[in-house]
Design a protein around this ligand. Sequence first.
Ligand code: HEM
Length: 130
Amino acid sequence: MEEAYDRGVIEDFGRWREFSAGMWAWVFHKFTGWVLVGYLFVHIPVLSTALVGAETYTATIQGLESLPIVRVLEVGLLAVAVFHIMNGTRLLFIDLGIGLERQKVSFYASLLITAIIAVASVPTFISGVF
Ligand code: HEM
């Protein structure tokens, strides 16, 4: 009979050195999913300033977009969204049994595509603010 042993708690992030590609994919997917939910709590109030009036909305958007930190966070938000979509699509294919033997390489491809798109977006997001 197979010997039973205590493998510890999987959510113990103190064990991050033991994490393999699949575990990092899980961590990043959770993180990006909940960042996207958190962003909506900021996004909806900002859009709601339009209810006060067009001037208030324009002033809010212009005020936010004039802040360098907001531009940097926008690059981060894009990266988070792209990774979540790429990895989420990859997970859906895995759930369908497609690409089971290429799980690691498809995770690395998700990371690479995310990095390329985030870097390519920098000139657009950062232009005119620094
Ligand atoms: C094309 C777009 C998206 C795709 C393909 C996608 C795909 C997925 C998949 C497959 C899962 C389940 C992962 C698992 O098996 O554990 C998931 C989880 C999740 N997604 Fe998305 N998603 C997308 C967009 C979004 C958006 C826009 C949000 C937020 C507004 C979001 C928030 C979340 C959250 C919070 C979870 C749960 C994370 C956890 O605690 O495990 N996703 N997504």
